[in-house]
Design a protein around this ligand. Sequence first.
Ligand code: FAD
Length: 456
Amino acid sequence: MKITIIGAGPGGYEAAIMAAKLGAEVTVVEKNEVGGTCLNIGCIPTKALLASADVLTTSLEAEKFGVFNDHTTADLKQIVERKDKVVAGLVKGIEFLFESNRVNLVHGIGKLIDSKTVEVKRNDGGVETLVSDKILLATGSVPVCPEMFHYDGKKVITSTEALALKTPPKSMIIVGGGVIGCELGQFFSRMGTKVTIVEMADQILSTEDESVAKQLLRQFKREKIKVLTSNGVAEVEVQDSGVVVTLTDGKTLEAEMVLLSIGRASFSKGLNLEALGIKVDPQGHIEVDESLETSVKGIYAVGDLINTPFLAHVASKEGIIAAENMLGKNKTGVHKAIPRCVYTDPQVAAVGLTEKDVQKKGIPYKTGSFDFRALGKAKIIDKIQGQVKIIVDEKDVVIGASIVGPEATDLLAELTMAVHLGLTAEVLGDVIHPHPTLSEAIMEALHDVHGKSINK
Ligand code: FAD
């Protein structure tokens, strides 16, 4: 079986390796470095920068631990160089995996000719035609930049340019208080930039519970990050001295730079979808069925290109499932429990339904919660902000959870498993959790569902 994959982000590259492991002859077409948005301009570089900001903050607070470090400073240029090294190492890792799994990589722009043929304009100038039994589309997404915001990549930027800035701007207005806006907002604030986040909804992280957003907002206030909610940006005007932003309430704000983080759109430009009759929804996502096959038999699509959460772990899982289905399996149900993570300080992590969701749906529910401030390990590491909150249905099955606090994004795995497997609070709460660890907060919150938390 021959398979051609267009795009080597998490969706495309994981599909390629899985398909090769299952015995297919695989060619991947990628116009840039392998790893896609996630590795080159997304998940990995943002978290590498935030890791430096964490070290800085810990170092500035070292006195609390009886450790003295009088000369703590940060140099964004070196922080960015370190980030680039982390990325380059991981790009090499994927190239190595392609080689060892005999995945053929062609650098160039891929375009569909028919349901079995992809034409590649190679980066070296040549043109190549690839004929295969099945095709996977995994070309990802690009940032949304409406015209009235006058994106120029210099004073009005997106996350892509923000990740490469060598000196922190004096001031930055961030349009959009979602995950990317919050993560980069806190990063630049910690680098010394005066940050203002403008969010149209009535809270930052608008899809999460109010209590979750409030906890993060409290920390942002402490760090002097200004947050304007229920207020949109109507226009951005670029001037010699900086940028002037007009808000929907008519007020204006000035800053050295504007960072647009209002979302991303599926990227299928140039794929020639219309000619093949591949169906696309009004928002530009490619339509797929449960098996991730498009409206054209033998052509599959995954990741940010389809209407599922734009997250790397979703793209990877879909890539693996699409590879298996292209090779004859019939796998569905990919999207049962999708973890949502924000790598701010404190971190935010959630899975399943929020309390807002269950109330809207009229589902009878109970909650259990536990504050990190009552936990030994949180006190040991001096990270006492935040809470674990669990939501169960009337049969005690965990249907949602959120964590705000230290290592929330790693801690969430246990609760993702609970939602995925339909475990009850009682069954999971019976599991012994090691002491002293942050995971005890989850155990206590599970016990609290039944009013049995010992330390609450
Ligand atoms: P992509 O990763 O976008 O890969 C698509 C690839 O296709 C690209 O390499 C592109 O060059 C290539 N391509 C496009 N068209 C063609 C063509 N015609 N021919 C050849 N190649 C082509 N998600 C998380 O889960 N966790 C995070 O912490 C996180 N942080 C993020 C931070 C930022 C700043 C951003 C922007 C995104 C973040 N994401 C995060 C989202 C995550 O990066 C995406 O959901 C994920 O990369 C989608 O994977 P994909 O394989 O669908 O597409």
